[in-house]
Design a protein around this ligand. Structure first.
Ligand SMILES: Cc1cc2nc3c(=O)[nH]c(=O)nc-3n(C[C@H](O)[C@H](O)[C@H](O)COP(=O)(O)OP(=O)(O)OC[C@H]3O[C@@H](n4cnc5c(N)ncnc54)[C@H](O)[C@@H]3O)c2cc1C
Length: 616
């Protein structure tokens, strides 16, 4: 879908059509009161993919909420688990909102059409997931509402259908290249719009907007082995950095313990929630040794590190498809579940294993290894989704700019996200950002008009981008004549993914971080800047967007590595072999890192739970 006409100015532009972007659109429209309004607000949802291809659609396991349908549950327990699972780098006021509003969010999804799996009594079914416990850590609790293992598909389609019913206008396969923030005469920073490429026509548009919500998803493509789809190139993060903002806690990247060997394809945590067990080469169910309380249902960072330890101790296994290859996998044992449960509750997991590894999980062991899964850090937001810049010891709101979903950092996940909490984050805080914008637009309509930020930065971004695209599309020889990595964005992405995996995944130290920084600075970044396309045609030129994507990945990698270098401790997903302990005295704080790698530290909001040691 393309917009019927491009408007002069929008009340709201949403960049991204996954769970966060669509929830924001619905939150906006449902709370916008048309009574007395002279005109319908102008809203546009832009997506570089067709909306229904957004990564949200591949979420498998479920969405967390203390509905208590299977057994007693309490949102305070969910709140505690989220804080503890995040290794205490969680802003507790935000996690409190997440847990308290989760049941209403799931019920709203049900009303919007999500076909949840059901219990015999008709209530929404719930399953076990890692790190979710009852009574403040006592035992695992059935908290994750699910739709077999296709929750993301259900949520994405339902939200999209609701948006279509509400007449939301979409610009699909439009690629946002720049975000503009005006900083006129020392006044407060104000967002004025975006620059976007219509990939069908090759036309570049300068779109003015009083409000922009960035909802562009994660950056899993930074790593070679990832569960993320190909589009997750951290565009929104790079847009923010290039517009002069900082990323918060970007050093925290979650590796999911069970990627199918050597493909990285996710085998949902629901597999262990339903009774699956990890085993080493000796057949031992080793998680009991590392985390006796919750074993295989410990939080992801704990399970991932335990797998890495088993592999280092020589108890890993090789992928049966590559028997002479490295022994860097362990077994996922699903045999005790039986074929009926696999087919009814885990149909995607079961068929993925069969189709991609040729293994029948009902009778055979499945080789798995950790896979890059989720970016905990991102664009800093408050409870209304407003983006802020942290400097001089205070938050400074960027007027008219919002973020939601995986690209945002509301600090609900801290240093490690609990499974099933991210769809919740995307839907809940996406909705809140839409509501906040609706109130802002309505206040302006009934009172004074929204301040006009001017468009100096937007005009400049548009002109610069036009030149940059012209340079990419004017082959200077090298790209047209050879396929070496320096002239090919896909090979460059692959080189970057390999480097980040070698130097930064799961374990790192001062030397490995410095190595990645050096290679990026001296080789990959200059190569990315020199890339030109093999065709000078602007219409449907996927290489043109791929070149901009790899440049975005490099920008994000540089910020991430600077943040990782600055945090001299181990916490949650970040394990530094040279600083193996958590250091609350010096690092119980959020990093905010800009394009130059400069770091500001913001205190963590602690309300109800004092940091304590963590074993699961
Ligand atoms: C395989 C897998 C399974 C998962 N399972 C679960 C689960 O069971 N439970 C759970 O809670 N979480 C799960 N997650 C995580 C969760 O699905 C994601 O964090 C969440 O869906 C992200 O939603 P989002 O709206 O932020 O982004 P996405 O759904 O990734 O959408 C991003 C949108 O941004 C658009 N976009 C990006 N860049 C641009 C640009 N430059 N210009 C224009 N548009 C752009 C894209 O087109 C897309 O529409 C899973 C993730 C994966 C990868």
């Amino acid at each position: 879908m393309s917009p019927q006409q491009v408007k002069d100015k929008y009340d709201l532009i949403i960049v991204g059509a996954g769970a966060a972007g669509l929830s924001a659109a619905l939150g906006f429209l449902r709370s916008y009161d048309l009574t007395g309004a002279s005109a319908y607000p102008d809203v546009l949802v832009i997506s570089k993919l067709q909306s229904l291809r957004s990564h949200t659609g591949s979420a498998e396991g479920g969405i967390a909420a203390s509905l208590g349908n299977v057994e007693k549950d309490d949102w305070h327990w969910h709140y505690f688990d989220t804080v503890k699972g995040g290794d205490y780098l969680v802003d507790q006021d935000m996690a409190e909102i997440l847990a308290r509003e989760a049941p209403a969010t799931v019920v709203q999804l049900e009303h919007d059409g999500v076909a949840f799996s059901r219990l015999d009594n008709g209530k929404i079914a719930q399953r076990l997931f890692g790190g979710h416990t009852s009574n403040f850590g006592e035992q695992s609790v059935h908290r994750t509402a699910y739709a077999a293992d296709r929750i993301g598909h259900q949520i994405l389609h339902s939200l999209w259908q609701q948006c279509v019913a509400e007449d939301v206008e979409f610009a699909e396969e439009w690629y946002v290249t720049d975000l503009a923030i005006e900083r006129n005469d020392g006044a407060e920073a104000t967002c004025s719009g975006v620059v976007v490429l219509d990939t069908h026509t090759g036309e570049l548009h300068e779109l003015k907007a009083s409000n922009v919500i960035i909802a562009t998803g994660g950056a899993g493509r930074l790593f070679h082995t990832t569960s993320n789809s190909w589009d997750l190139t951290g565009d929104g993060l790079a847009l923010a950095v290039r517009a002069g903002l900082k990323l918060e806690d970007s050093e925290f990247v979650q590796f999911h313990p069970t990627g199918l060997a050597h493909t990285g394809i996710l085998l949902s945590e629901a597999a262990r929630g339903e009774g699956g067990v990890l085993r080493n080469s000796e057949g031992e169910a080793f998680m009991k040794r590392y985390a006796p309380e919750h074993a295989d249902l410990s939080a992801r960072d704990v399970v991932t590190r335990s797998i890495a330890s088993e592999v280092r101790a020589g108890r890993g296994v090789a992928d049966p498809l590559d028997p002479d290859g490295p022994k860097d996998c362990v077994w996922l044992d699903l045999r005790s579940l039986g074929r009926d449960i696999l087919e009814s509750k885990l149909p995607e997991v079961y068929s993925t294993i069969r189709n991609y590894a040729g293994i029948d999980a009902a009778t055979d062991l499945v080789p798995v290894k950790p896979t890059a899964h989720y970016t905990m850090g991102g664009i800093p937001i408050n409870a209304n989704g407003e983006v802020y810049d942290y400097h001089d010891g205070a938050r400074h709101i960027v007027t008219g700019l919002y973020a939601a979903g995986e690209c945002s950092c509301g600090s609900v996940h801290g240093a490690n996200r609990l499974g099933a909490n991210s769809l919740l984050d995307a839907c809940l805080f996406g909705h809140r950002s839409g509501v906040a914008v609706a109130h802002r637009v309505m206040d302006a309509a009934s009172d004074a008009p929204l301040p006009d930020a001017g468009t100096r930065a937007l005009d400049a971004a548009y002109a610069d981008r036009k030149n940059a695209i012209a340079a990419i599309l004017a082959p200077t020889g090298s790209a047209a004549s050879d396929n070496a990595s320096e002239s090919n964005p896909y090979a460059l992405m692959s080189a970057l993914g390999g480097l980040m995996e070698k130097d930064c995944a799961i374990r790192c130290n001062t030397e490995s971080i410095a190595d990645a920084q050096r290679v990026i600075k001296t080789q990959l970044a200059p190569q990315a800047e020199a890339l030109t396309a093999h065709s000078d045609v602007a219409e449907f030129n996927q290489e043109l967007t791929a070149i901009m994507e790899v440049r975005n990945l490099i920008t994000v990698a540089q910020v991430m590595l600077a943040a990782t270098a600055a945090r001299k401790e181990s916490r949650g997903s970040l394990f530094r072999t040279d600083c193996p302990e958590r250091d609350d005295a010096n690092f119980l704080k959020h990093s905010h890192v800009d394009a130059q790698g400069a770091v500001e530290w913001e205190p963590v909001t602690i309300k109800d739970f004092k940091p304590e040691a963590r074993t699961y």
